[in-house]
Design a binder for this molecule. Sequence first.
Ligand code: DX5
Ligand code: ZN
Length: 217
Amino acid sequence: MISPRIHPSILSADFANLATELSRISSADAVHVDVMDNHFVPNLTIGLPVVKSLRAATELPLDIHLMIEDPDTWAPQYAELGCESVTFHAEAAGAPIRLARELRAQGSRSAMALKPATGIEPYLDMLGELDMLLLMTVEPGFGGQSFLDLILPKIRRARKAVDDQGGTVALQVDGGISAETIQRAAEAGADTFVAGSAVYSAPDAAAAIAQLRSLAG
Ligand code: DX5
Ligand code: ZN
């Protein structure tokens, strides 16, 4: 299992000052970027042009979380921009295996996300196609929601499946991660943690990142 990684979500940042907001999280392991299309989720954020500017504005790896319909069409375009990791939702992908392979072929890490009510079992045979599995710990769409403890058993099942397959798939959780919840997610087997409000609402974002990392370790 890899050492804990903290990916602050810029969904909770000030969108009028993204360069400054990126500099607040320079000690993070990656920047988590939530792309929403108001179809797959009831919210609308940013797309390719802003991500292209973010790519040029930071040395941090970009972890793109696509909450959009038709990721088969769009996800490869984020890989082409040089995003280190591109996550599509299993519920939205027409051909998840082909898409995961396409992302890797373009030099990106391939990642797939599951909404809280989506079971993991149908996807266990394709873990080898993925570099990261994202288990949502809130219903996707908004920051600042409460962590769903009912996802903990799914995290444990995913951890066991990854370990049994001898793989190196990172296990990411996203939603409601804070100093109060991160230990439960880590104990269940997550190793990569998205935190939006917990990092960006802190007066000292670097201290919040360090605290989360140490609690998860
Ligand atoms: C929610 C997004 C999350 C969000 C997390 O749909 O995918 O990445 O920014 O925000 P917090 O950490 O505040 O729950
Ligand atoms: Zn996200």
